[in-house]
Design a protein around this ligand. Structure first.
Ligand SMILES: Nc1ncnc2c1ncn2[C@@H]1O[C@H](COP(=O)(O)OP(=O)(O)OP(=O)(O)O)[C@@H](O)[C@H]1O
Length: 600
């Protein structure tokens, strides 16, 4: 690994640690009721601001100093010598002013960058000057591209087309730079197809020493080949979403980061999304990036979440308060689907001739159905449930998006039985790490060649931050892939979000039984927040939660179901048959009377 990558790796680790600490602190402050809670929130905000800006100052200053090491060291040594000289000569005034001026003179460009970054970090990050500076001095990108002439690389990568006169014509390549990436615009020449460029892409990427690449069709015969010059997408922990301020933004969630460093805005409204990933690939990150980030809109009534989780409800139950109706058995899942189809039909009647696209309002919210493991429903349940589920889901997938009913379905293995006849009904696909090229092709079809999800390396760290989990290709309806990384959602953050933004009480759904939300009760009682990867329930010697929860009276605390991370994981790979036969107590609110639409 080269030094630049090492620095980036170090920065990724620092960023993750800071994000985790922030999430922990945030959740702890949120759990405090009353004035103390407000004071803590203000304190966290002020501290975060001061530390953040100071960090930007130091970071930008030292980035410059590191790049101009000889000059920076010379400045420091000279300042030291001036100080020694003043000391030795018995200078009457301050012996520090002179050396500081000398040092500041030598470091002044770095200091200017630092001050700029501290005052306006956003502008500093976005500025062309900084982009040029980083390119020119930190990654040495233009030099890399100058050294290897694009024509020579094109020819060597097999893109040359022999002409009748014996000459060789290569596609014109224009290079432009984005943060952490170089974008090569290639115009195919007569006699070539875009497929030729696709085949040559990894050779070109290797020639330029890129860590990865992505192809983006621009127009017929023109393709952008994005070469990533940074080793990998650093993992990030999600943070508490802000309150809903703009109803127009409902249905678009900030789910993570794109490979080019920009924020990943995942559009949920008007799109059904299929999430496919091998075990441990990070489907939970995608699921909670959607459910968790929609939480403020759920709380405000603009979105209603429905959950189907036949893996015994382990995933959905972690943030149960965000959901209206949930189903943990195949029979309940069919009932949920029936209810949604009925809502869709009623809404269709109301919208017919009035509007062709649903706009979410508190009276007619966007319905988002989240299915944790489609195969449990579509492949491993009883025949009748399977058939009915496939019929109803297909209806939702073909008609729901314009009517404000969308589905996010997760599946481990995209084979035929797991998706039934719905395979081609998902306009938006998220391919996390997959086990084989065949699986990638099964999910993405022709887009597979641009989105090799089977090349994402596995790094399984049960219960901890993985190096690659959450990395995925997001393939839009037009087949354009985006390599991205979804934020990691620790259990404690999900609990805190569910506690802060619970779903309103739906008239057609019995209130969710107070689940074994030890963390919530604990936080509400002003308790400590457990360490991110520690069990959610306190140990026998910890301060216990105040048991003001009537459901908790029914059984001793020791018998309450525990929702620790390890428990959540341990049931993940259980044989599906177990999951479907496991009945879940009706008190979790699995009634499926459809809502009455009052308005659309
Ligand atoms: N975005 C992420 N960044 C870093 N680590 C992650 C991320 N998402 C998940 N992980 C790590 O990977 C582990 C597996 O993630 P997750 O449970 O979401 O996988 P999954 O695809 O749902 O697996 P399964 O299908 O077996 O349930 C998590 O316990 C966590 O340690």
């Amino acid at each position: 690994m080269n030094p630049v990558d090492k620095v980036r790796e170090f920065r990724a680790t620092v960023n993750t640690t800071v994000a985790r600490a922030r999430a922990r602190l945030h959740a702890a402050a949120l759990g405090r009721p009353g004035v103390l809670g407000v004071l803590l929130r203000v304190l966290v905000a002020v501290l975060g601001f001061v530390l953040g800006r100071s960090w930007m100052l130091v970071r930008a200053t030292f980035a410059w100093a590191g790049r101009h090491l000889p000059l920076s060291v010379f400045g420091l040594v000279l300042a030291g010598l001036v100080w020694l000289g003043l000391q030795a000569s018995g200078w009457p005034g301050s012996t520090l002013t002179g050396p500081v001026i000398v040092w500041a003179l030598f470091w002044s460009p770095g200091l200017l960058f630092g001050i700029w970054a501290a005052i306006a970090p956003g502008a500093y990050r976005r500025s062309r000057l900084r982009a040029w500076y980083v390119r020119r001095w930190l990654t040495g990108t233009p030099a890399r591209f100058r050294r290897k002439g694009s024509e020579a690389v094109g020819t060597a990568a097999g893109l040359g087309v022999r002409q009748p006169d014996g000459g060789v014509l290569v596609p014109g390549i224009k290079v432009r730079f984005a943060p952490g990436a170089a974008v090569l615009r290639l115009n195919v020449v007569v006699g070539q197809t875009v497929d030729d460029i696709v085949r040559a892409a990894s050779r070109i990427a290797t020639a330029y020493g890129a860590h990865g690449h992505e192809l983006r069709p621009v127009k017929p015969g023109v393709v952008d080949l994005v070469l990533f010059l940074i080793a990998r997408l650093a993992p990030r922990t999600a943070v508490m979403p802000a309150e809903l301020v703009d109803a127009a933004s409902v249905g678009v969630v900030a789910a993570g980061i794109r490979r080019d460093g920009r924020r990943l805005d995942l559009v949920v409204r008007g799109r059904h999304t299929l999430v496919v990933g091998a075990t441990g690939a990070g489907k939970g990150s995608v699921l909670w990036s959607v459910a968790g980030n929609l939480a403020p809109a759920v709380h405000a009534g603009y979105v209603r979440l429905w959950g189907v989780d036949l893996k015994q409800g382990i995933e959905v139950e972690t943030g149960r308060a965000l959901f209206g109706q949930v189903a943990y058995t195949a029979a309940d899942a069919v009932a949920v689907l029936e209810a949604l189809v009925q809502i869709m039909n009623e809404r269709g009647t109301l919208m017919r001739g009035v509007s062709r696209n649903h706009t979410p309002t508190p009276d007619a919210p966007l319905h988002v159905l989240i299915v944790d493991e489609l195969a449990d429903l579509m492949a491993y349940s009883g025949f009748d449930h399977k058939r009915e589920a496939e019929r109803l889901l297909s209806k939702l997938l073909t008609q729901g998006r314009a009517l404000g009913v969308v589905v996010l379905g997760c599946v481990q293995n995209p084979r035929q039985e797991a998706l039934g006849g719905t395979r081609n009904l998902w306009p938006q696909k998220i391919a996390l790490r997959l086990d084989s090229e065949t699986e990638t092709e099964m999910v993405l079809g022709t887009a597979a060649r641009l989105a090799p999800a089977h090349d994402i390396p596995a790094d399984i760290q049960p219960g901890g931050i993985s190096g690659t989990a959450g990395t995925a290709y997001l393939v839009a309806e037009d087949g354009t892939p985006t390599l991205c990384r979804f934020d990691y959602w620790p259990d404690q953050l999900i609990h805190a979000v569910a506690q802060r933004y619970p779903a309103p009480t739906y008239p057609d759904t019995p209130a969710a039984a107070p689940v074994a939300d030890a963390a919530s009760a604990w936080l509400a009682a002003g308790g400590r927040l457990p360490a991110l990867d520690a069990p959610a329930n306190p140990g026998p010697n910890d301060d216990g939660p105040v048991n003001d929860n009537p459901a908790n009276d029914a059984a001793p605390a020791s018998e309450q179901p525990k929702r620790k991370r390890s428990a959540r994981k341990s049931t993940r790979n259980r044989r599906p048959a177990d999951a479907t036969t496991q009945a879940v107590d009706g008190s979790t609110g699995n009634q499926t009377t459809p809502e009455k639409e009052t308005n659309s």
